[in-house]
Write a protein that binds this ligand. Structure first.
Ligand SMILES: [Zn+2]
Length: 95
């Protein structure tokens, strides 16, 4: 399921209504699941899943990554940014 991004910032408009906006679902760390020790900064496909559309690193509560892998992940993303594999910020689009 990849609808996490879609329902992230939308629920603030309706203050009243449903009591629980987020049903607690057991998220499992995908690095642990795939038995990856440390995130690879060259693995852009994987790293892209952990940055927002504005280029920010997603917090653990959004992705379900465990503390240990999140620590390695941030370093990997920052390395990838330095090599221009990942963006620092959203792309500048002029229209
Ligand atoms: Zn993990």
């Amino acid at each position: 399921m990849s609808d996490d991004r879609a329902r992230s910032r939308r629920s603030s408009t309706s203050a009243s209504g449903s009591r629980r906006k987020f049903i607690a679902r057991r998220k499992v760390c995908s690095f642990c699941a795939d038995k990856i020790r440390i995130a690879d900064y060259k693995d852009i496909k994987r790293l892209q899943r952990y940055i927002s559309d504005r280029g920010k690193i997603l917090p653990r509560r959004r992705t379900g990554t465990c503390a240990r892998h999140q620590r390695g992940l941030t370093v990997a993303i920052k390395r990838a940014r330095h090599l221009a594999l990942l963006p620092f910020a959203a792309a500048h689009t002029r229209n």
